[in-house]
Design a protein around this ligand. Structure first.
Ligand code: ZN
Length: 163
């Protein structure tokens, strides 16, 4: 799969709910996991591979070998509290890393590949990755989580290098 790079306009689109969790979706999700791992990413959202549907894949950080992955379909953040700073990058904005603000604790509900509802109360990096990937489904990229001044400087820098 080809990862869409900023300023590809598809990255700024809103995604639609997944209607059917079928074989196609299962194989697409597996392909996304392989793509994510092949570039040593920790998360990948559907719009990053050109699919405007509300799901993402990411590493399962509860597995200490970081070999397991999670698929969250039609996720909803049902609780958010606290604030932390996290240094982030994005496979769609390669080579750039910056601190952004995230919620410290969230609760997120989603469907898995069996169509079963799963509730997560992620901590630390897992929470940050969920929030980062969730944002992609609303066309929000991590610089959007910076202060305006910081974002302006950052966007100038990435626009100069990613054309
Ligand atoms: Zn990203």
């Amino acid at each position: 799969m080809e990862i869409k790079i900023y300023p590809d306009p598809i990255l700024l689109e809103n995604c639609n709910d997944v209607v059917n969790i079928d074989e196609d979706l299962v194989s697409t999700a597996k392909e996304m996991i392989d793509t994510m791992k092949s570039v040593e990413g920790i998360g990948l959202a559907a719009p990053q591979v050109g699919i405007l549907q509300r799901f993402f894949v990411c590493i399962d950080f509860s597995d200490e070998n970081r070999e397991e992955s999670l698929v969250l379909i039609n996720p909803q953040i049902t609780k958010k509290e606290g604030r932390i700073e996290s240094k982030e990058g994005c496979l769609s904005i390669p080579g750039f890393y910056e601190y952004v603000y995230r919620y410290e604790n969230i609760e997120i509900k989603a469907l898995d590949l069996d169509g079963k509802e799963v509730v997560y109360n992620p901590q630390g990096l897992q929470s940050v990755v969920f929030q980062h990937e969730y944002d992609h489904l609303d066309g929000i990229l991590f610089p959007d989580r910076m202060s305006q001044i910081k974002k302006d400087i950052f966007m100038k820098k990435i626009k100069r290098e990613l054309k």
